[in-house]
Design a protein around this ligand. Structure first.
Ligand code: NAD
Length: 440
């Protein structure tokens, strides 16, 4: 969706609309097609046969709520971001913070590097120097063979294997370990399967060339050669707010206990998009955590600083995703979500994901350094507790009201509170004429 004044108008009041109206508005925005609406209204049915082709011992599907984050303008383009997630408040906080940035600043993104890393391990190398020499002098031959015999599909698209490097990895005994890094550009795929195939293909020629024995071949999820960056600028921010946000950032940069929770908040913005687009969220999570600990201490992957009256936020992380491959085009909901994003490359998807992670982080630290995190969570949390306590439709409004009162008074609320109050309410309410017994 190119940036236009109409988009801002269409984003307005989105959260207050009913589901049907939201769908109509998404069609107006060009984010969904009438057939998408039909699919969503029918409960997004997906045939069990598809699942049989994806995993083993299938018994059905697990459904997560699918929502959209609004108000995003990334690199001058309006974006509606699909998110599959069960946690209360994530989408609300993200959309609210995106609106703040839309009004007072901007979001820009970039990628640095395009190769992912495959590893071929020689667990006990008898002569590392000779091993390295053989690989180095045959590097071009190995790259050409891998590109010709395995990665030809990537080469045709401008990617494929680009380099082979050798590392010595220390062991805690008298032996030495050699690791060959195979670098490849996976184009618009995440590339895990294709790179694993490339590494396994190279196993035999490497053994033949060096006389050493390969132990294992697998890609690395620590993709520090393919990084995605997002930057948020908030102009002329209230210095008190800005300084507090910078203080919160320092806390997460310096203290691993805080860094873990800060990065969890960033991942609140990242994982739901990975899931909605059929990407491997375990792979991205592993990569982000490993990158966050790259200097030996686990740190926040975001940073906020005041600069001449502006607040500047940055995120840098490996976010290796695909818009082809895996289940991205097989799962009908993932396919619909990818279409909604109007993207043409995997790097564009990674940049949107990085932007969402950074904006989510801003929303979280803004709340933490002002009203606290509880306020934003409570409305939907109370709704969850009401359902959890087993309230019926006619009991819900009164139970929610009572829970809000308890929360205002005691500053905390639990499921047992909800159950207890529901019991009291039922004693106060007139008894139903006939109660149906649940059959098991
Ligand atoms: P894939 O196996 O489906 O391969 C992608 C293929 O798509 C390529 O081989 C290429 O021929 C084709 N293709 C078509 N158009 C393309 C384009 N524009 N750019 C690039 N390729 C194009 O998928 P993959 O990306 O190789 O692997 C992803 C899967 O691997 C995910 O499901 C992931 O869960 C899984 N996986 C991950 C790990 C890990 O992260 N450690 C390990 C093993 C498997």
């Amino acid at each position: 969706m190119p940036i236009n004044a109409k988009a801002a108008e269409l984003f307005k009041g989105f959260s207050k609309l009913e589901r049907k109206q939201r769908l109509t508005r998404l069609v107006e925005m060009g984010a969904l097609s009438p057939s998408d609406i039909k699919f969503l209204n029918a409960g997004s049915p997906i045939k069990p046969e598809l699942a049989e082709n994806l995993i083993e011992n299938v018994i059905g599907y697990f459904q997560l709520p699918l929502g959209v984050a609004t108000n995003f303008c990334i690199d001058g383009q309006d974006k509606i971001i699909p998110m599959a997630v069960e946690e209360t408040s994530i989408i609300a906080a993200l959309s609210k913070t995106a609106r703040w940035i839309r009004n007072e600043g901007n979001i820009s993104t970039e990628t640095a590097g395009n190769t992912i890393i495959g590893q071929i391990q020689v667990g006990r190398v008898s002569n590392f120097t000779q091993f390295k020499k053989h690989i180095k002098s045959n590097k071009t031959m190995l790259i050409d063979a891998a590109n010709r015999d395995v990665a030809h599909g990537l080469v045709r698209r401008g990617g494929g294997v680009t380099d082979i490097q050798v590392r010595l990895v220390e062991r805690d005994d008298d032996h030495e370990m050699a690791v060959v890094h195979v670098l490849a550009d996976p184009c618009d795929a995440m590339g895990a399967n294709i790179l694993n195939q490339i590494c396994e293909y190279l196993k035999t020629p490497i053994e033949n060339l060096t006389g050493e024995t390969v132990t294992m071949c697998i890609l690395s999820n620590l993709n520090d050669l393919k990084l995605t960056r997002a930057r948020v600028v908030l102009r002329n921010i209230d210095p008190n707010i800005g300084e507090k946000l910078a203080e919160a950032s320092l806390f997460a940069e310096q203290d691993p206990y805080r860094a873990a929770t800060s990065n969890k908040g960033v991942l609140n913005g990242i994982d739901p998009i990975l899931i909605a687009t059929g990407n491997d969220w375990r792979a991205v999570e592993a990569g982000i955590h490993a990158y966050a600990a790259r200097d030996g201490q686990y740190r926040s992957i975001t940073k906020w600083r005041m600069q001449e009256g502006d607040l500047i936020g940055t995120l840098e992380a490996p976010i290796v995703v695909g818009i082809v491959g895996g289940v991205t085009r097989l799962h009908p909901t993932a396919k619909m979500c990818l279409n909604m994003l109007e993207i043409e490359s995997a790097s564009e998807l990674a940049r949107i994901i990085a932007a969402a992670g950074l904006v989510q982080n801003l929303g979280a630290i803004r709340a933490l350094t002002s009203v606290g995190i509880i306020q934003g969570h409570m409305k939907l949390h109370i709704a969850n507790l009401t359902l959890g306590a087993g309230a019926k439709a006619d009991e819900i409004p009164l139970l929610q009201k009572r829970l809000e009162e308890v929360l205002a008074f005691r500053k905390r609320i639990t499921l047992s509170n909800a159950i207890e109050i529901l019991k009291e309410l039922r004693n106060e309410l007139p008894l139903p004429i006939k109660s149906k017994k649940r059959s098991v």
